[in-house]
Design a protein around this ligand. Sequence first.
Ligand code: URA
Length: 239
Amino acid sequence: MALTRLDKFLAEQGLASRKELKKLIKSGRVTVDGQPALRPEQKLDPENSQVRLDGEPLRYARHRYYMMDKPTGVLTATEDARQETVLDLVTPEMRRMGLFPVGRLDKDTSGLLLLTNDGDFAHRVLSPKSGVEKLYYAVVEGNPSQEDAEAFRKGLVLADGTVCLPAKMEPLGGGRCLVTVKEGKYHQVKRMLASRGTPVRQLRRLRIGGLELDGSLGPGNYRELEEADLCRLFNLKVM
Ligand code: URA
C-alpha cells in the first residue's frame, strides 16, 4: 500500500479543511501508532497505521459513495459562481472529502445521482464498455409507439449523425415512457426521444445498474451507499 501524508489522510475523512488540520496536528491531538504526530507531512500507511484523534481511532475509508435524489433546478457540478450545484446540498464535511458527481444530469432532470471521490468507480459506472444500464422515466409531447420502441432497439441515429447504441424504450401510454441506455452522451435521452418526434417535458433517472433510487429520500436528500447497494449497482450477488 502506498504511503500517504497525514494531513491528506485526515482531509479524506472529511474532518476539517487542510488549514484547520495543520493546526489540529500541531496541537498534538493526533497520534499515529501510539506516537504523537506533529508534522502534517508525516507519511503513514493508510490501511495499517492506527491513527487516533483525541484518543479515538479513525477508520480508514478513503473512498465514499452516496446516492442523491437530485432536484430539478440544480446544476450537476462541484461548484459554480452563480448557480446552486449538487455539492451545495451536502455538508461541509462531505465537500471536504473531494466528492464529485458520477456523470451528469441536466439542470431540469431529477432523480438518481451518485456522488463519490473514487475516480475508478466513476469510470466503471460511466464507461459504455461496462454496460451499466441507466433507466429514465420521461414525460413527452405526443405518444411514443411500438414503432419508436423498435427504432430504439435497432440503435437510433440522431439529427447530427450521432449513432446511439441499441437501447430500450417502453411506452407507458399518456405521453409517458421508460428509457434504458448503456451510455451517457450529451442530452442523450432528450435527443433520442426528440429524434422520434416526442420531445421531453420531464425526465427523471430511476435506476443505475441494479441500484434503484431510494424512494424515501425526497428531492435534494442523499444517503451513503452500503456494500449491498454497490453490489446491486454492478449486479453482483448481494451477500
Ligand atoms: N439524458 C438527457 O437528455 N438528460 C439527462 O439529464 C440525462 C440523460
